[in-house]
Design a protein around this ligand. Structure first.
Ligand code: KG4
Ligand code: ZN
Length: 344
């Protein structure tokens, strides 16, 4: 049994959690959304400063809520890649310092591996292999989880991430930031068939289309053109546009991730990232899963969005396998998920 204190500061959430294998003992997440809202997106320098200001009180709170002291912590973990370098540095520097101070192992964790581990927290009996559809503001990937620490990246976005596409379309419609939740809400009152939007298929040199990759920038541009056209005619049917956009994104994400599962003979699909909250995506995936006799797990939303519990759970698995990171491990803005073992 590994008890891990984990820190997540890769973007705009400052999070600390204590996890015992696949059980969350405490989890504190402080979102910076309000700080960045007026800029319409995350400002990296502001994010780092805010992490620095609140990380220490959060660590104290996490220990207090878990009713543990340092003696009972086996290792200290922090997200070290991918993410905003300045933001990652805060969490990693704090984790390394605590590891030295308390004489505990340090583990650097890949943020996307963390997102995958949300499913293990939600379903402690879950075992690989399975397919993870990761859809957040920064990432859109379909990852084949072959075994612990063994990943194959099957599909990824060629341009915008799914959440980013929601955010950009919301901005075009003057709906504010973040865009996903508001588009989701308006879509429920709109007609998903009102407008036909491109599905972002990626052409291959030998003809045909890439079976797993995504592209969302064309959808966004199509919405922009539609808005310009509709503006000339008078009122913009915001609900119908939101519904049509959401329907297209949900259909594409579902089709391509189900295709991955079927092609690789995997029976389970798990979801991670903030877009997992999307009601259209949930409906599409559940219907497709039923049709193809697949199982779909949606972890609770608080585990899907950025948090430190998922980082702690991934670190616990690595710790139990005898892995630890060097105190000279550096943060990296990017690292392919297939290379996670480079961190240990
Ligand atoms: O995972 P997350 O909290 O942060 C990272 O990007 O790492 O994801 C945030 C993204 C935002 O782009 C937001 O618009 C989107 O998730 N999102 C949604 C919904 N709730 C959040 N997108 C679609 N539908 C939602 N209900
Ligand atoms: Zn994330």
């Amino acid at each position: 049994m590994a008890t891990i204190l984990a820190i997540e500061t890769s973007c705009d959430e400052t999070a600390v959690a204590i996890v015992k294998n696949r059980e969350v003992l405490s989890s504190i997440v402080s979102s910076q959304i309000e700080l960045h809202r007026i800029y319409g997106g995350v400002v990296p320098e502001l994010a780092s400063r805010q992490h620095l200001e609140i990380i220490n009180p959060e660590i104290d709170r996490a220990l207090k809520e878990a009713q543990l002291d340092w003696e009972q912590i086996d290792a200290i973990a922090a997200t070290c890649t991918p993410g905003l370098v300045g933001a990652l540095l805060v969490g990693v520097a704090v984790a390394k310092t605590l590891a030295m101070l308390h004489n505990k192992p340090f583990l650097g964790v890949h943020h996307l591996e963390g997102h995958i581990y949300a499913a293990y927290l939600a379903q402690p009996k879950l075992q690989p292999p399975f397919m993870c559809l990761l859809v957040s503001g920064g990432h859109t990937s379909t990852i084949h989880v072959k075994d612990y620490g063994k990943y194959e990246l099957l599909g990824s976005t060629r341009d915008d991430a799914a959440g980013e596409a929601f955010d950009k379309v919301a901005r075009l419609l003057n709906l504010g930031y973040p865009g996903g939740p508001v588009i989701d809400k308006l879509a429920r009152q709109g007609d998903p068939q009102a407008f036909k939007l491109p599905e972002g298929k990626i052409s291959l040199p030998n003809g045909g289309f890439h079976p797993y990759d995504f592209s969302f920038s064309g959808m966004k541009t199509a919405v922009m053109r539609l808005i310009a056209k509709l503006e000339k005619r008078g009122e913009i049917p915001v609900n119908d546009l939101a519904a049509s956009f959401q329907e297209t994104v949900a259909r594409v994400l579902t089709q391509r991730s189900v295709r991955c599962a079927l092609d690789y003979g995997v029976k389970t699909i798990t979801i991670g990232g903030g877009v997992a909250a999307n009601s259209g995506l949930r409906e599409h995936l559940l219907a497709a899963a039923q049709k193809h006799e697949l199982q779909v797990y949606f972890p609770p939303l608080k585990l899907c969005t950025d948090n430190a519990a998922m980082i702690g759970c991934a670190a616990a698995q690595h710790y139990n396998l005898g892995h630890s990171s060097s105190l000279t491990l550096e943060v990296r803005s990017r690292l392919n998920i297939t290379k996670v073992m480079e961190l240990y």
